[in-house]
Design a protein around this ligand. Sequence first.
Ligand SMILES: C[S@@+](CC[C@H](N)C(=O)[O-])C[C@H]1O[C@@H](n2cnc3c(N)ncnc32)[C@H](O)[C@@H]1O
Length: 217
Amino acid sequence: MDQPNTAQATGADRTSAERDQEVAVHRELEDYYRAGKPPWDTGVTPPELVALVEGHDAPPPGRALELGCGTGTNAIYLARQGWEVVAVDLIDRAIGQAREKADAAGAAVRLLHGDATRLDDLDAPGPYDLFFDLSCYCGIPPHRRDAYAAGLTRRAAPGARLLMFGYGPEAFDDPISGVTADELRARFTGWELVDTTPGTNPVPTFWFTLRRTAGEA
Ligand SMILES: C[S@@+](CC[C@H](N)C(=O)[O-])C[C@H]1O[C@@H](n2cnc3c(N)ncnc32)[C@H](O)[C@@H]1O
């Protein structure tokens, strides 16, 4: 009987391992929302986002896309600041809660249940002036991160900003989670990492600001 060659076997193993990672992450996130209020759901908009949106050199309100919006606290904040907001989360229960919160607040936010690494499957063509990611990207399995970056790049208006909060790899006890400045520089081609500010958490965290550089693919 023919034996699969090593390269084929390795490729197949990697693909099924990658699929398993996505399923495991999805299940873990669902469990958090099913169990009640997840630990990250503080209901407080971080000062770093407030500074960007209301600070002395704040851009005029435009279109914003939030990746991994959870129950919508920051999407609602952006809408109240005059932004036209689309917000995406992988977990339908989170989006359901976000819709209830947005309705109660009278905030016009378009909330989409879907995958931030598969934006082409969603009705979110952009272009967007601002992307916001509070601790979503750092939990995405590595094999989906190029697709995340490509999806944002295709939807970025010239000069668009991405404000991202992420945990460093040291904050996790698994080998796939976490984000570094070097990774973002390498993965986000056509963007400049303009600022990296450490967070105040007891474990390594960072606020990254990237800017789409005009005219590059
Ligand atoms: C740590 S939570 C933060 C939630 C929200 N940003 C907040 O601060 O309350 C990460 C969120 O990203 C979502 N998420 C993870 N992977 C995602 C993906 N591939 N696409 C969309 N959302 C994702 C999770 O469901 C979760 O709501």
